[in-house]
Design a protein around this ligand. Sequence first.
Ligand code: ASP
Length: 326
Amino acid sequence: MKKYFIFFLLFFAVISCSVSNNHSSNIKQEKYSIVIHGGAGFYDYGKNLELDSMYIASLNQVIYFGDSLLQLNKNAVDVVELCIQILEDNPLFNAGRGSVLSEDGTVNMDASIMDGKTTKAGAVAGLTTTRHPITAARRVMDSTVHVFLATEGAEQFATQQKLEKMPPNWFVTPKALILWQKEIEKIKKSKFGTVGCVVRDRKGNIAAGTSTGGMSMKKWGRIGDAPIIGAGTYASNNNCGISCTGHGEYFIRNVVAYDVAARMEYLKESIDSAANYIVNTKLKNQKASGGLIGIDKKGNITMQFNSSSMFRAYKKEGEEAKAFIK
Ligand code: ASP
């Protein structure tokens, strides 16, 4: 009897040991990091303290939401999508509800997402009724053989995917309308803004996403950098994840998001020096305003901009979140 008892003890010890080994080899636990932006631009910081604190509170809300998902071991792509959904619903930011208006007074939204583990990507442009353009981009990545769908076709796809739709007016906020009316009067230069999120999860997987209403007063079906993989969004576990904001035409011409990754890969630059060079030297020399956020494969975060402001926040596992405007 004693012999059987010892045998059972040994049997259970071996089983539990192999279960715990499997567990530790399957789950590579590293510290996660998350960074978000709510657009670079020329926000008058300090002029309206209540508005300043609304922006900071909104950034913190999203970053702590992302943090709670990462604590539950959600993967990087899910966290990027879910965080951007919240930013899209927040009328303070130029994405989803709160998007700036095109010259004809309509909202036309662009978004993209990229999974650094597989380097698969999805993008949509010119959406008018899909509540969460970032989710439409995610579905393009996950459920089609394509990368980029635009306008009516993208809307049709979103309908087929049963994504939530809203009437076009739902996206138009009083703030966007006032801005549009002023600009129509002044025939002034375009304004911009965007939202973005980059995550590196506990398994070391990186994902990046960007969503925007584009530039105000845009014409003729103009599409900016936000839905263009390599220009506004890029992610690869080999080097980094990047989400951009700024004057899209320059970000397309300079292939900004990929250029950060390329400098890191070929020149062995750190994420900070690559991003700093592109934003504060290369783009600045072209008088191209904007910025970007990024995370490298070790979890280092960069947040660079050459405009007067960029709404941004970040958090590393176990540390306090930090949110900034100036
Ligand atoms: N990059 C966006 C675009 O050009 C706008 C922005 O980020 O502010 O559409």
